[in-house]
Design a protein around this ligand. Structure first.
Ligand code: NAP
Length: 345
């Protein structure tokens, strides 16, 4: 059999600032071919890549200051979360046909070899028969787990408290608002478009607003003070919360996307945190995951199956769409979890 095209989504140019430029920062590359029958598996597996997750942290991978730590090497495929199907295996734990979920190290290419020394980064996935596989990239995957584990670990919410969630219509935020509603909180959610405001209303968010067209400080003043803030944005949004929080409020620091593509997003109001004894909880979901995996499967998966918890997906079809989809995510043009469908099962 002649070598088969295995197109890639390559990292090309790093940038300190600015949005990723399709075709420049990352590009779709068709120079790579693979011998599917004979390629050396190095004790691991050959797999067909089905689904890839595009995430805000990809912008951090493309920043020159971070590349050594996160390893997004120039002229190599971007890496990330994904779901693959095993085509051949030399690994004792995996067989042909197995579906594997990859934790951050799946290469953005159509066919991929996962050698034995990288197999620790994939696990066998047994999806619920009533959930589409793609949900394991979003609400049943890393974003859902990030929301669930961070909320359970730090919110300790009391019924009637006021929670504010920024980037509330996103993959993480939309799960956070539903967890908060379930516990009887008053939920304020911000997002960047009227279409996403509508989605937040469908999720039961009490006060949903478009931060591009609404005075955020006025909303927080009128609808607050805030007891819990789930921060996906950082910068001025966090400052506005610190000005409008109850003493002893909790701030769960999940992300700072407001500064990923531009200058860092400074916070000027930390004195408010000191004077009001506001507690700040930075966290990384993968650290909390082992503690909350069982509870997540018990509490969240059934509610995704029966439709209690809602989610949206923003899918593009074909790896060639990945560079543009990455830019769309950073610009907020995605509605729901950003997913690249590389191959149908
Ligand atoms: N700590 C962890 O372990 C962990 C894990 C996963 C994700 N995160 C963080 O959680 C946050 C949300 O991630 P996600 O996966 O759920 O992504 P997402 O919300 O599905 O997509 C990114 C969204 O960010 C918003 N955004 C983009 N540029 C922005 C800007 N300059 N200012 C304000 N908002 C901007 C846009 O929504 P709007 O239109 O609503 O602005 C965009 O749709 C990110 O900060 C991410 O880094 C943290």
């Amino acid at each position: 059999m002649p070598p088969t095209l295995s197109a890639r989504h390559l990292v090309r140019n790093y940038a300190y600032e600015g949005y990723p430029i399709p075709g420049d920062t990352t590009l779709y590359d068709t120079r790579n071919h693979i011998d599917l029958e004979n390629v050396d598996l190095r004790g691991g597996v050959l797999a067909k890549v089905l689904l890839l997750s595009l995430d805000p942290y990809h912008r951090i991978l493309l920043d020159p200051d971070f590349r050594n730590r996160f390893r997004a090497w120039s002229n190599w495929p971007l890496i990330g979360y994904g779901i693959v199907k095993v085509m051949r295996s030399n690994h004792e734990s995996f067989r042909e046909g197995d579906i594997l979920v990859g934790h951050g190290k799946i290469r953005h290419e159509v066919y991929t070899v996962i050698p034995k020394d990288e197999a620790e980064h994939v696990t066998l996935l047994k999806p619920h028969e009533k959930l589409p596989l793609s949900v394991y990239i979003g609400a049943a995957g890393v974003p859902g787990m990030t929301a669930f584990s961070g909320w359970k670990e730090y919110a300790n919410a009391k019924k009637g408290e006021v929670v504010f969630v920024s980037t509330a219509a996103g993959a993480v935020g939309s799960m956070v608002v539903q967890l908060a509603k379930q516990e009887g909180l008053k939920v304020i959610g911000s997002t960047g478009s009227d279409e996403k405001v509508q989605f937040l209303k469908e999720l039961g968010v009490d006060v949903a607003f478009n931060y591009n067209t609404t005075d955020m400080r006025n909303i927080l003043y009128q609808e607050g003070p805030i007891d819990i803030y789930w921060d996906n944005v950082g910068g001025d949004t966090l400052d506005a919360v610190l000005e409008n929080s109850n003493p002893g409020a909790k701030v769960i620091l999940c992300g700072a996307i407001g500064g990923y593509n531009d200058q860092p997003n400074p916070v000027k109001n930390l004195l408010h945190a000191i004077l009001n004894e506001i507690k700040l909880f930075p966290f990384v979901g993968t650290t909390l995951k082992p503690k909350y995996q069982a509870a997540f499967e018990e509490e969240v998966i059934p509610k995704l199956v029966d439709g209690t918890f809602k989610y949206r997906e923003d899918k593009v079809y074909g790896l060639e769409k990945a560079p543009q989809a990455l830019l769309d995510l950073m610009k907020g043009a995605n509605v729901g979890k950003s997913i690249v469908v590389v191959s149908e099962e």
